[in-house]
Design a protein around this ligand. Structure first.
Ligand SMILES: CC(C)(COP(=O)(O)OP(=O)(O)OC[C@H]1O[C@@H](n2cnc3c(N)ncnc32)[C@H](O)[C@@H]1OP(=O)(O)O)[C@@H](O)C(=O)NCCC(=O)NCCS
Length: 263
């Protein structure tokens, strides 16, 4: 059955690999294309094949949730920089982006807006200041440097996921120089972006959100949607092929940080 996605909706689907019965992974493999099964054979690292099957199943079942298509029927393509999209479908296919880290896989979906998502497993970053100086824009590196030592890793990962979400939404990899744009993280307001060269992009054209998941993961979402327009973000925890739970609508418009672990 089709579930419409409104023009202002952004659905953020979250799959916790620890909630997967191992027997399901074989069923997920049955949804995959020959190419995806070949990719799985090349993944030699521990947990790689499982995560690959679960990620493919998440993308396929999530897209089918909106269109009613059989999850096996989706044909994917990648652009020149590796960003996946739908190659062809019977109707209009939503836009999506995937990210995985640790035991979490996430899939962000919009009706037609460019979208990027990033998740990072929370960890201490011992060289946060050096890494920020090397890879971030000057204003971001200053925030990390000025943070009390106990908060530096957290600030670093917030910038990191936001920057990655924007790069992934643009879909052109490191053609977007990481030091060429920066985020403001005002207390109680959504993150906003700035550009060192004003001609490189329009800061008013983008909306961002960041989340903490279960106190273990930092997530960021980038959507090319004018800041003047509403945006309804829903969080959906799911296990592919095991039904679709009701969404938790994230309550803030404009977007704010939302600590999912507190719900
Ligand atoms: C390709 C790239 C975006 C992947 O990022 P990552 O953090 O290693 O991995 P994630 O789990 O977040 O994302 C991987 C998924 O993104 C998608 N993806 C791959 N290339 C992509 C691209 N160019 N644009 C958007 N999405 C892409 C794929 O679905 C992939 O998962 P899959 O292989 O299972 O299908 C990343 O390697 C990259 O180019 N980064 C450049 C920016 C950078 O170095 N940022 C550092 C932070 S400041």
């Amino acid at each position: 059955m089709e579930t419409p996605l409104g023009p202002y909706d952004v659905d953020l689907w979250v799959l916790d690999l620890d909630s997967i019965d191992p027997a399901l992974v074989d069923r997920y493999r049955g949804l995959m294309s020959a190419d995806e099964r070949e990719q799985e054979r090349r993944l030699q690292f521990p947990g790689g094949p499982e995560r690959h099957c679960c990620t493919r199943a998440l993308a396929r079942t999530v897209l089918s949730h909106y269109t009613g298509a059989d999850p096996r029927d989706w044909v994917f393509t990648t652009n020149a920089y590796g960003k996946p999209g739908v190659a062809r479908s019977a109707g209009v296919a939503p836009r999506f982006n995937l990210s995985h880290s640790g035991r979490l896989v996430v899939c962000a979906v919009t009706r037609d807006a460019e979208v990027g998502v990033d998740v990072e497993h929370w960890r201490e970053v011992p060289k946060a200041v050096e890494l920020a100086r090397r890879f971030f824009a000057r204003p971001e590196a200053s925030v990390v440097e000025r943070a009390p030592p106990a908060r530096r890793s957290r600030e670093f990962l917030r910038f990191w996921t936001l920057k990655e979400s924007y790069v992934k939404a643009r879909g052109v990899g490191l053609l977007v120089p990481l030091e060429g744009f920066f985020f403001h993280l005002p207390d109680g307001d959504p993150p906003s972006i700035g550009f060192i060269s004003p001609e490189s992009d329009d800061p008013e054209a983008w909306q961002f959100a960041e989340f903490r998941y279960a106190d273990s993961y930092q997530l960021a979402l980038a959507v090319r949607r004018p800041r003047s327009r509403p945006m309804n973000v829903s969080l959906r925890r799911t296990v592919p092929l095991c039904g679709v739970p009701d969404p938790q609508r994230l309550p803030d418009t404009p977007l704010r940080r939302w600590d999912v672990g507190n719900r």
